[in-house]
Design a protein around this ligand. Structure first.
Ligand SMILES: [Fe+2]
Length: 271
C-alpha cells in the first residue's frame, strides 16, 4: 500500500513554487557538473540494507554489502587500504563492523570505484553531489551545523539562491542525484514504513524535466511515475527511477516546511 502525501502517491508542487529559474539552473548545473571535484556514487547496497520490496530485490543486481561480507581477507585488505580510515579495516574486527552508507564506516569514492570495476557492484546513482551535506539519513532535516559547501556556492549560485527561496523555515540537506544512461534507480524506501507516522518534508525538483522517479505500490505492482518538474512524496513509500537512455538528475532538499506553505497545500488538497 502507498501511504502518499495528502492522498496522492506523488504530490505535485508545481502550483506552489516559482519555478521560472529552472531553465537557468539547468544550464548552470550542466556546466557545473563538468567542473566538480567531489562527485561520488550512492546506492549500491539497498538489498543488503533490507530496504527493498521482496519481489524487486533482484533489480539491485550486485550489492556491495553482500560482496564485502563474502570477499576474501586479501580483498578486504585491498579495499581497506584504499580507505580514508584504513585502521578501521581490521581483519580481527571484520565480523563486528559494518561498511557503507548508513553503516559504521563510510566508503570513499576510490573504494566504490574498485567495488564497481573489480566486483561488478551496481551503483545506481553515479553522480552524487551533496551541495549541503546532510549527515546520516535521520539528520537530514536538522539544520544544525549545515551549510552549502564552498564548491556549491561557487559552481551552483543560481541553484543555491533558488533553494534558499523554497518554503522552508530551515534546511538540513541538499543533494543532487544523477543517473548514467540506461541505469535504473533501485526501488527502496528511505524509512521504515511501519514507523513512519508523519511525512518528512522535502522538495524534489528536476530542472531537465526528464527523470522518471516513481513511487511503487508493492501490493499491486504499480509504478506511479512523477510527471512534473517539482514534487513531494512520502519517502517511507517504496520509490525508484526508471531507466532511460540518457543522463538525468534531480535535486532533493530536506528541511522543515513553513506553516504557511503546509497550510496552503493542505487547504488545496482538502476535498
Ligand atoms: Fe530514496
Amino acid at each position: 500500500m502507498v501511504r502518499g502525501v495528502l492522498g496522492k502517491p506523488i504530490f505535485d508542487l508545481v502550483p506552489y513554487l516559482d519555478l521560472r529559474p529552472l531553465p537557468g539552473i539547468h544550464d548552470e548545473v550542466c556546466i557545473g557538473l563538468t567542473r566538480i571535484t567531489d562527485n561520488e556514487y550512492t546506492g549500491g547496497s539497498h538489498r543488503s540494507m533490507g530496504i527493498m520490496p521482496e519481489r524487486l530485490e533482484a533489480e539491485a543486481l550486485t550489492d556491495y554489502g553482500e560482496i564485502i561480507a563474502d570477499m576474501s581477507d586479501e580483498d578486504f585488505l585491498v579495499l581497506g587500504a584504499m580507505s580514508d580510515t584504513p585502521q578501521l579495516w581490521d581483519l580481527e574486527r571484520r565480523e563486528t563492523v559494518t561498511f557503507g552508507e548508513e553503516r559504521d564506516v563510510l566508503l570513499n569514492q576510490r573504494q566504490m570505484r574498485w567495488l564497481e570495476v573489480r566486483h561488478g557492484v551496481y551503483f545506481p546513482w553515479k553522480t552524487y553531489v551533496e551541495l549541503m551535506p546532510g549527515g546520516r539519513w535521520d539528520e537530514k532535516a536538522n539544520p544544525k551545523g549545515k551549510a552549502f559547501t564552498r564548491e556549491a556556492l561557487a559552481l551552483f549560485p543560481k541553484t543555491c539562491a533558488f533553494i534558499r527561496a523554497l518554503p522552508f523555515t530551515s534546511i538540513g540537506s541538499v543533494k543532487l542525484l544523477g543517473l548514467q544512461p540506461h541505469d535504473h534507480g533501485t526501488v527502496h524506501r528511505d524509512r521504515d514504513g511501519q514507523k513512519a507516522l508523519h511525512v518528512d518534508h522535502f522538495v524534489t525538483f528536476c530542472p531537465g524535466k526528464n527523470k522518471r522517479l516513481f513511487v511503487y505500490d508493492e501490493e499491486t505492482d504499480t509504478r506511479h511515475v512523477a510527471t512534473t518538474e517539482a514534487y513531494w512524496f512520502n519517502d517511507a513509500d517504496y520509490h525508484g527511477v526508471l531507466a532511460d537512455p540518457f543522463f538525468r538528475y534531480s535535486f532533493r532538499v530536506d528541511g522543515t516546511f513553513t506553516p504557511e506553505f503546509l497550510a496552503r497545500v493542505e487547504r488545496s488538497a482538502a476535498p
